[in-house]
Design a protein around this ligand. Structure first.
Ligand code: IMP
Ligand code: MG
Length: 203
């Protein structure tokens, strides 16, 4: 706004969840009975995750919808995000006059051309940087990164994805395919695990 001292929102950060955000009471939602007692609160309900992904799909289509896309899903945590993102991308493509072909692969490197990497969460950014450098060897035309979550952590190496769903506090989160020792992938909402849950599923 002209003359306003307020900073313009940075949509590149996605939905920003502040450190003092208390989350939602678990009793306001349904979730698997086997996780009763193991969670602290709901950080991001499933419906909001899916609604945000719908908009990310629109942004991605606007930017790179002119070419055929290879969607590269980073397993295992990225599979829910990838499945919902591809579903929305397909819907947009089907309802437009410009059909975009899309192939999906799961981190197996071949000669890729236009790559969209789909990741669950960027923490320090080290995982993504290593992946990008191994993909660069294949000389793709274009590489973009979409991450559902980006953590505000002092350990960040500064890596920022091209598309971010949510920026979250420096918390360990589970659900929507994100796991703690392989548990909680079957939880729809993104939640914060409690001490009891950590102890129960510790390896
Ligand atoms: P980075 O290398 O620190 O960016 O870590 C990224 C990887 O660590 C992600 O691909 C996840 O597999 C895992 N990870 C980081 N934070 C979380 C979390 O809060 N919940 C579940 N997995 C996480
Ligand atoms: Mg991951």
């Amino acid at each position: 706004m002209a003359g306003s001292s307020e900073e313009a929102p940075d949509y590149g950060r996605g939905i920003v969840i502040m450190d003092n955000w208390p989350g939602y009471d678990l009793n306001l939602f349904t979730y698997p009975q086997h996780y009763y007692g193991d969670l602290e609160y709901v950080l991001i309900p499933h419906g909001i995750i899916v609604d945000r992904i719908e908009r990310l799909a629109k942004d991605i289509m606007k930017d790179i919808g002119y070419c055929d896309i290879m969607v590269l899903c980073v397993l295992k945590g990225g599979y829910k995000f990838c499945a919902d993102l591809v579903e929305h991308l397909k819907n947009i493509s089907r309802n437009s006059d410009r059909f975009v072909s899309m192939k999906v692969d799961f981190i197996r490197l071949k000669s890729y051309r236009n790559v969209l990497i789909v990741e669950d969460v960027v923490g320090t950014g080290r995982t993504m940087k290593a992946l990008l450098s191994s993909i660069e060897k294949y000389k793709p035309n274009m590489v973009k990164v979409a991450s559902l979550l980006v953590k505000r952590t002092p350990r960040s190496d500064g890596f920022r994805p091209d598309y971010a769903g949510f920026e979250i506090p420096n918390l360990f989160v589970v659900g929507y395919a994100l796991d703690y020792n392989e548990y909680f992938r079957d939880l729809n909402h993104i939640c914060v695990i409690n001490e009891h849950g950590k102890e129960k599923y510790r390896v």
